[in-house]
Design a protein around this ligand. Structure first.
Ligand SMILES: [Mg+2]
Length: 365
């Protein structure tokens, strides 16, 4: 089997539901550009993957990924994964581009095996609980109201992205815990908004409010600060989400005691190959690994990794309608998301339609 071509499609979507994050961070864009990658083989089985940052990624397909992939055996994924890292040394790929080719190659591999990807990867479960991952709303009352709506739909867990203010966020954490009761899992995501002293102070409040995890309170540049925070707090700290270097970097967090839970994802951690390495690293140290973000590839990780607990679903401003829009990626009445049974990743793509709608489309052979 040989790769005989790559195709890149840049598309632009209106962002239908606008949202914001903590103070200091940009909110949602007006329009979002994405790039679909199609890997074409000589045996008629194609692989697909998609990324944010459409034109940046398309440029890397045009200049670099085609050079790595064309003429190669798509099933030699380890070889090609390492080739991407070799090119990264020169090119400095953004982390969202490191796993793009790998995801498409796993799509091909699972189609060859005639299995849904999560079963090929090992198969840990057919469904997983999801947590409602909030955006940043205006008031504490907003959080309580949306929490009620999410719980009524079936969610059993809620993760808050709040304002990035120790006093306000701490107050919200206490009130929300009282509001939802002790049975609901609550998590907090700091989106790297704090310095050490603030992160420590807020962490103590989250401990008191019995939060399940404390995610990325500080930027992940400095392992020593996370080591201090882990030493000073009992609440499990979940990182690294945005640090570059996949499992090589995650290993450093683990051996220095700078995390209690590891973050993994297909889109920031080198595709399926990199994400599964992080999952196994966590398992070797008796840790849970928690999957960052939604979408089909991340859902397959959730189905494949035994030492993980939740699938992440962003809730913007209308949980009920959003669930309908999510289709098979939305929760059932008990709060579970079910793994797709189609071979491969299970994308349902009309290539002709994509080409027609694309702002930019090119085939490389
Ligand atoms: Mg996060």
């Amino acid at each position: 089997m040989r790769i005989i071509g790559l195709e890149a499609y840049v598309l632009e979507h209106e962002v239908k539901r606008h949202y914001r994050w903590r103070k200091g961070l940009p909110g949602s864009p007006q329009k979002q550009e994405i790039c679909w990658l199609r890997v074409v083989t000589d045996e008629g089985i194609d692989g697909w993957a998609v990324s944010s940052h459409g034109y940046i990624v398309a440029d890397l397909v045009r200049r670099r990924l085609k050079e790595i992939a064309i003429g190669q055996d798509p099933l030699l994924k380890e070889h090609l994964w390492h080739q991407v890292w070799e090119f990264d040394r020169i090119e400095e790929f953004p982390i969202y581009a490191l796993g793009l080719l790998d995801i498409a190659l796993w799509d091909i591999t699972a189609k060859v095996a005639n299995l849904p990807l999560y079963k090929l990867l090992g198969g840990a479960r057919d469904k997983i609980l999801a947590y409602a991952s909030t955006v940043t709303w205006e008031t504490i009352d907003d959080y309580l109201r949306y929490a009620d709506e999410c719980l009524a739909l079936g969610y059993k867990a809620i993760k808050i992205h709040a304002w990035g203010d120790v006093e306000q966020d701490g107050k919200l954490a206490k009130i929300l815990r009282k509001h939802v009761g002790d049975e609901i899992a609550l998590m907090y995501d700091g989106s790297a908004g704090f310095r050490y002293e603030e992160a420590l102070k807020l962490g103590r409040i989250l401990e008191e409010a019995n939060f399940l995890w404390y995610e990325e309170p500080m930027r992940e540049f400095n392992i020593w600060q996370y080591q201090r925070l882990c030493n000073d707090l009992d609440i499990p700290i979940l990182v690294p989400e945005t640090a570059d270097g996949c499992h090589y970097n995650a290993a450093d967090f683990v051996v220095h005691g700078a995390c209690d839970l590891l973050r993994t994802s297909t889109h920031y951690k080198g595709g399926i190959t990199g994400a599964m390495r992080i999952a196994h690293l966590a398992d070797a140290f008796g840790m849970y690994v928690e999957v960052h973000g939604g979408g089909l590839p991340n859902l397959h990780l959730c189905g494949a990794i035994p030492n993980t607990r939740y699938y992440e679903i962003l809730v913007v401003n209308d949980p009920k309608t959003e669930r309908e829009e999510q289709g098979e990626l939305g929760i059932d009445d008990e709060g579970y998301v079910h793994l797709p049974k189609r071979p491969g990743i299970g994308w349902q793509i009309d290539a002709n339609k994509l080409a027609k709608e694309a702002l930019w489309f090119k085939k490389f052979e």
